[in-house]
Design a protein around this ligand. Structure first.
Ligand code: ADP
Length: 577
């Protein structure tokens, strides 16, 4: 499954919205550039007048005057361009910053199941390659397109005003220009889309290979992974070659069509001068205009090309917004109590492959339930359902009669939370890391939360709560990071906790220490512990045995042992060890 890409209608609507929102800034930039371009037109015009005047015979003071005007025009243009470009850059940065914030907002709200299913490579490519491309287009492209378009239109208008008979020659390059650019633009969008997609795939393959390096090594998949990278590289190479071929047709075509108008103006102008229907000065002016307009036209085409690239990237970026939410919160729903009930819960990671087959579970408030069973039985999946991480594909999980997935995420986490061994320390201060759970917590509350999980090492930190942690700052040990995660839980204060192998990755000494921290957190809450060591099961109020996506046995430890079923067998074999 791939993340969606916005279609051209959505892209147009989004671009239109952006343009409308910034029409004030755009108007200002356009006005300044139009004035600058107008000042730039004075040079060739004065030159033409001088040529005619000299041909007729004139005074040096006329020439002096013309040169003075020329200097004024150039200075005016310089000042105008300075402000115009500054405004254009500010506008580009503003639009880009908005886009980036919006994108980050969308990405952090994406349903976890969608991200997992689509793979992280695509998302990473969109946040890096695509954002870079759009950034280039918005920062430089949009302003330059406005500038060059204004310059081209004004130059043509000026040429026509000087002498329309001569100006006709400027059209000499148009047919070739139209044919090559149209040929190109028709193929470019698909070409660039394929190019970005091939990079995303390459990104994904390499990221997966690196992240799963141990697995690749253990299973001897090295050759297969290399072959996949090679295949992805080949595809990226072909996609890139295709767009390169497109450009090798476009650029020479454009260059030839630039030279044609200059040549045509001089030849056609010479003939007009010989028949007396134009002056040498007019031909000079228009020939210089033809030279002058070359650069903006070239730049405009370059940007039309870049904008295609930018547009395909933008389509991929705003396409992420089209991911349907996996839940719709109904804030008016208020859980009546802290009672968590799962009924007929099914879940399929892939359509048609249920890993849970209708699980019923009624958790007593304050109860401690251990979930045991063979690996791959669906214990973690059940844990994720009970914590509302994924909406079940069938059945419901409710708290106080309200389905978990009907609760806004912020509120949900105040009811049930999942504790796993993945705990991330964010770059920032320790207090920022803790306040993620409750932004309004004061320092005393943060310290109480840390004390509750036995994190006494915090007192020894150079800057206390304000110590920078995470990559680049103080590197926390896995046990410390886990304690920070637990302190966050204390702040969040959910009444029900789902523990999934919360301490299993740590060395036994750290684990014992942490279990003490953990038991402080668990005090007075409903706990579902996915147990990988049976002694935790022994301490629980009830034990649930999960096998092949079903709860096969459930009851207090002693009863299950006495019943002599599956759990009894597990318990016996564990004891013999
Ligand atoms: P347990 O926790 O009991 O080991 P899990 O809940 O992790 O079992 O897995 C149950 C089944 O679901 C397994 O067959 C596993 O391969 C599958 N599964 C788990 N996570 C995913 C996932 N993200 N995508 C697809 N299948 C998954």
């Amino acid at each position: 499954m791939k993340l969606p890409v916005a279609d051209s209608a959505a892209l147009r609507a989004h671009t239109g919205m952006l343009l409308r929102r910034h029409r004030g800034g755009l108007g200002r930039v356009l006005l300044l550039h139009t004035l600058a371009a107008t000042a730039g037109l004075a040079g060739p015009w004065l030159l033409g007048r001088m040529v005619d005047a000299v041909a007729r015979g004139t005074t040096t003071s006329f020439v002096d005057q013309a040169v003075l005007l020329l200097v004024v025009a150039v200075l005016t243009q310089t000042v105008l361009i300075r402000y115009a470009q500054r405004d254009a850059m500010v506008l580009g940065e503003t639009v880009f910053a908005e886009l980036r914030e919006q994108f980050l907002g969308t990405v952090t709200r994406l349903p976890l199941s969608t991200v997992e299913r689509a793979g992280t490579g695509d998302l990473v490519a969109r946040t890096t390659n695509d954002i870079d491309r759009v950034q280039h287009t918005i920062r430089f492209g949009v302003p330059r397109v406005l500038v060059t378009a204004a310059t081209i239109v004004l130059t043509l208008a000026a040429a026509i005003a000087v002498s329309w008979q001569v100006a006709v020659a400027l059209l000499a390059g148009v047919p070739l220009l139209l044919v090559t650019t149209r040929w190109y633009l028709k193929r470019a969008a698909a070409g660039y889309l394929r190019e970005s997609a091939s990079y995303a795939r390459l990104n994904g393959t390499i990221t997966e290979s690196v992240e799963g390096a141990r697995t690749v090594d253990a299973l001897g998949l090295g050759r297969r992974r290399r072959e996949r990278v090679d295949a992805d590289l080949r595809e990226a190479f072909e996609a890139e070659s295709y767009t390169l071929r497109l450009r090798t047709v476009l650029f020479p075509g454009v260059d030839v069509s630039f030279v044609l108008p200059v040549v045509a103006t001089v030849l056609w102008g010479a003939w007009l001068v010989s028949t007396g229907s134009a002056t040498v000065g007019a031909v000079t002016t228009i020939a210089v205009y033809a030279l002058q307009v070359m650069h903006p036209i070239g730049e405009l085409i370059y940007w039309l090309d870049e904008i295609q690239v930018g547009a395909t990237s933008l389509a991929r970026i705003i396409g992420v917004q089209a991911v349907a939410p996996d839940r719709v919160a109904r804030p008016e729903n208020r859980p009546a109590d802290e009672h968590v009930v799962a009924s007929a819960v099914r879940y399929a990671y892939r359509e048609g492959h249920d890993v849970l087959h209708g699980v019923d579970l009624d958790l007593g408030v304050g109860e401690r339930l251990a979930v045991v069973g063979p690996s791959g039985a669906g214990k973690s999946t059940l844990g994720r359902m009970l914590a509302g991480i994924h909406p079940p594909t069938g059945g419901t999980v409710t708290v106080g009669d309200v389905p978990l997935v009907d609760l806004p995420l912020d509120e949900l986490r105040g009811h049930v939370a999942l504790v796993t061994q993945e705990h991330h320390v964010f770059v920032g201060t320790l207090e920022q890391n803790l306040r993620l759970a409750r932004p309004d917590a004061d320092d005393a509350e943060l310290r109480r939360a840390l004390a509750a999980v036995d994190a006494d090492w915090v007192d020894g930190l150079p800057d206390g709560l304000a110590t920078e942690v995470g990559s680049g700052g103080l590197e926390l040990s896995p046990a410390q990071a886990q304690q920070v995660a637990l302190a966050r839980l204390v702040l969040l204060d959910p009444h029900t906790l789902v523990l999934d192998e919360a301490t299993s990755l740590l060395d036994p000494r750290a684990a014992r220490h942490l279990e003490r921290s953990l038991s402080a957190v668990l005090e007075g809450r409903t706990v579902v512990a996915i147990a990988h060591r049976l002694h935790t099961a022994h301490d629980a109020d009830r034990v649930a045995v999960v096998d092949a996506g079903r709860i096969t046995e459930i009851g207090p430890h002693d009863e299950l042992v006495a019943a002599g079923g599956e759990y009894a067998a597990l318990w016996r074999s564990w004891h013999q060890e």
